[in-house]
Structures are given as structure tokens and as C-alpha cells.
Design a protein around this ligand. Structure first.
Ligand SMILES: *Cc1c(COP(=O)(O)O)cnc(C)c1O
Length: 394
């Protein structure tokens, strides 16, 4: 057998991946999936048992809202289930059009384009805008999808230390003259919950002729006036910003969108490969999302309640042994250090009927394993008090 044939032997492959899995287990880094049996929300059922869940990104408690369910049901009976084709080959539905208009209006930008997922939106935008001759600048704590987008684009890239505007300024200053410069950042960092310094980033864009892809997966619906997201929170409006929001988190459904100028959106329709070469999302999702947007805009009490819960959690854990990172958002990381400590804490909470995911390397830097507490407007004050009391006893 040649060496190459040996490598392709299915038994050898199984052995080598098994070795890799054993190493992950030994390091406390192996992951598996809990199986939800009922609806997603602040309260979930796993193996027939009820839990309070602090694990979802359903920040406004909309994933199982009856109005969204009804909108999806109605659209399914009218229009069917599958879109049946890609957007450019007759899979683009009137409901997609309506949703794009409503999204553009919600975030106050000229146009919006709906993608299947946030992951695909990031890959699509960065690879459409940047190639070998361009330069990309990325915060070290960015979401994996932005990192993958940057690598896939083949652009030269620089990763700057988290939030380090001086380092970013220097890197931008060193960029070659005629390249396109694109900064990538999470607006709300997904594992730390802190905000990117948006006004300063826009100033750097202006100074260096750069553009900013702002990934607002955790800000859209939660922050800003009427849930319009992080730019609204900072009262920043700039043509330098390409906005990306996701629709599977606060919006409670599935998908993502990019909002920008009419020209850029038209360009993405033509050039974003993750838009062009994939089946359109089911129109029934667009119907549910239109309902979700109306609720996001109209029911400010959800954001107010969420803010009140965040305040209660912080207050309750003020004197606790471990610390919450300073986050003003629904993502409240409780840092315990080792992967083992985070796992043990998650197990104790689970025994008390609460689900809080332990986040371990490589998702977060070694030594900063944590419980990632995510709060939702679907939680009650009593839910949060129960969590606080269990965490204080850890
Ligand atoms: C969740 C997330 C994404 C991916 O969005 P999906 O729609 O789930 O693919 C992208 N960026 C950030 C910061 C995220 O948290």
C-alpha cells in the first residue's frame, strides 16, 4: 500500500480521530449536545426534566412567541414550506422583499439583504469586498465566522489586541496606499458581552479611508432605540459602517441581514457567494420575522425588563467569590478560570435545575473558562434570584 492509500484507510481515519477525541476528553474540552424536548425559552425541558435556561440567545423571549408561530403557520399554508431555489434563480419571494424593507427601516439604512445565517453573511461580505490586494483588520476576540471570513478572503490580515485602538491605528497607518481596508468587529463581543468602541472605530475609518463591518449579532433587537442595535445605542450613523445583524438571536427566528447603501447591497446580490450559491430561506421564516420586527419595535418593555434583570444579577453577585466581567448586555460572563472549574459549576447548577453553559478554550482564552449567563426578557426576577443564590454557594 502506498503512504497515500494508507492515509485514506477508513480504519486509520477512525483511529486517528478517536485519538483526537480522547485528547479532548482528557483536557476537559470534549463537547456534547443536550437534547431539548419542548420549546426554546427561559424554561426548557431536557430528558423530561424542567430547567431554567440561561443558555439561549433568545434575549427577548420571542423564539416561541404565539404571534410568530401563527405568522409562520399562516405563511406555510399560503406559500408552502421550501423556497425551492436560490434568490437569483426564482427563489426570491415577496415576503423576502418585505422583510428586507422592514429591516432597512428598522436600522435606518438605505437597503438590507437577508442571508441564511450570520456565519454566511460574514463570509459573503468579506469575501465579496476583499481579495489578495486588500487588507483586513480584526479584533482578537471576534466571532469565529469573522475570522473564517478573513482567512477565506485571502486578504492580508492583522489581528489587534481586544479593543486596542492604538494598535489598530498603527496597523491601519502601515497599510499600503491603494488597498481597500476593512475593519471587522463584533459590536457586542459574544463571550464577554462588552461593546466595541464604535464611535472611535468610525473615526479611525475616516482617518484612514477604511470601512467597518459591524457584526451586531448580540446587539440587534436588544440595544438602541426600538432595538435598532449598537449604532443606535452610540447614536452613530456613518456610510463607513456595513451593518450585520442576526435574526436567530433576539429576533427569535433564523437568518441574518446586512444593511448598507443601495449600491453595496446590489453588489452583494451579485457577488456574495454565500448569497448567490445557496437556497433562499423558507418564506415562512420571513413572515415570522416581520412579526418579530413589529414586536421588537413596539414592545420596549422587553428591553426594559431585560435591563432590570441584568441589574439584579450584577447586584446579587457583587460580593461573590468569582467575578462577572463588566458587561452592560444580556451576556454576563462569570469567570472561573480552569475548564474543570467551569464544568463543575455548570454541573452543580444543573443539579439545581438550571442550565448555564460552561465556555472553555478554544472558544475563550486558556485560563478564562467561564459560565456564560445569558439573560432574556422571558426570565422572571425569581429565576435570576435562584441563579444568584446558587452561584453564591458554589
Ligand atoms: C451567532 C453569531 C454569528 C453567527 O450567526 P448565525 O446566524 O448563528 O450563523 C455571527 N457573529 C456573532 C458575533 C455571533 O454571535
Amino acid at each position: 500500500m502506498t503512504a497515500q492509500a494508507a492515509e485514506l484507510d477508513p480504519n486509520l481515519l477512525a483511529q486517528s480521530v478517536q485519538g483526537e477525541l480522547d485528547r479532548l476528553r482528557a483536557a476537559g474540552l470534549h463537547r456534547s449536545r443536550a437534547v431539548l424536548e419542548g420549546r426554546q425559552g427561559a424554561h426548557v425541558v431536557v430528558r423530561g426534566r424542567d430547567f431554567v435556561s440561561f443558555a439561549s440567545n433568545d434575549y427577548l423571549g420571542l423564539a416561541a412567541d404565539p404571534r410568530l408561530i401563527e405568522a409562520a403557520r399562516e405563511a406555510a399554508s399560503r406559500y408552502g414550506v421550501g423556497a425551492g431555489a436560490s434568490h437569483l434563480l426564482h427563489g426570491h419571494h415577496a415576503l423576502h422583499e418585505q422583510l428586507e424593507s422592514a429591516l432597512a427601516e428598522t436600522v435606518g439604512m438605505a437597503r438590507a439583504l437577508v442571508f441564511s445565517t450570520g456565519y454566511m453573511a460574514n463570509l459573503g461580505v468579506v469575501t465579496a469586498l476583499c481579495g489578495r490586494d486588500d487588507e483586513v483588520f480584526a479584533d482578537k476576540l471576534n466571532h469565529a465566522s469573522l475570522n473564517d471570513a478573513m482567512v477565506l478572503s485571502r486578504a492580508r490580515f492583522h489581528r489587534y489586541p481586544h479593543g486596542d485602538l492604538d494598535a489598530l491605528d498603527r496597523a491601519l497607518g502601515r497599510a499600503r496606499a491603494r488597498t481597500r481596508k476593512l475593519i471587522l468587529t463584533d459590536a457586542v463581543f459574544s463571550m464577554d458581552g462588552d461593546l466595541a468602541p464604535l464611535p472611535e472605530l468610525v473615526r479611525l475609518c475616516e482617518r484612514h479611508g477604511a470601512y467597518l463591518l459591524l457584526d451586531d449579532a448580540h446587539g440587534f433587537g436588544v440595544l438602541g432605540e426600538h432595538g435598532a442595535g449598537t449604532p443606535s445605542h452610540f447614536a452613530v450613523s456613518s456610510e463607513r459602517v456595513i451593518y450585520m445583524g442576526t435574526l436567530g438571536k433576539a429576533a427569535g427566528v433564523y437568518g441574518a441581514f446586512v444593511a448598507s447603501s443601495a449600491a453595496l447591497i446590489d453588489y452583494l446580490v451579485n457577488r456574495a457567494r454565500t448569497y448567490v450559491y445557496t437556497t433562499a430561506t423558507p418564506p415562512l421564516l420571513a413572515a415570522a420575522l416581520l412579526q418579530s420586527l413589529a414586536i421588537i419595535r413596539g414592545e420596549g418593555w422587553r428591553r426594559e425588563h431585560l435591563q432590570a434583570l441584568i441589574g439584579d444579577l450584577k447586584e446579587g453577585l457583587r460580593a461573590a467569590r468569582a467575578r462577572l466581567l463588566p458587561s452592560p448586555t444580556a451576556i454576563q460572563p462569570y469567570v472561573l478560570g480552569s475548564a474543570g472549574a467551569a464544568l463543575r459549576a455548570a454541573e452543580v447548577l444543573r443539579a439545581h435545575g438550571m442550565i448555564v453553559p460552561a465556555i472553555r478554550p478554544p472558544t475563550v482564552p486558556a485560563g478564562s473558562a467561564r459560565l456564560r449567563i445569558s439573560l432574556s426578557a422571558g426570565h422572571t426576577l425569581a429565576d435570576v434570584e435562584r441563579l444568584v443564590s446558587a452561584l453564591r454557594k458554589l
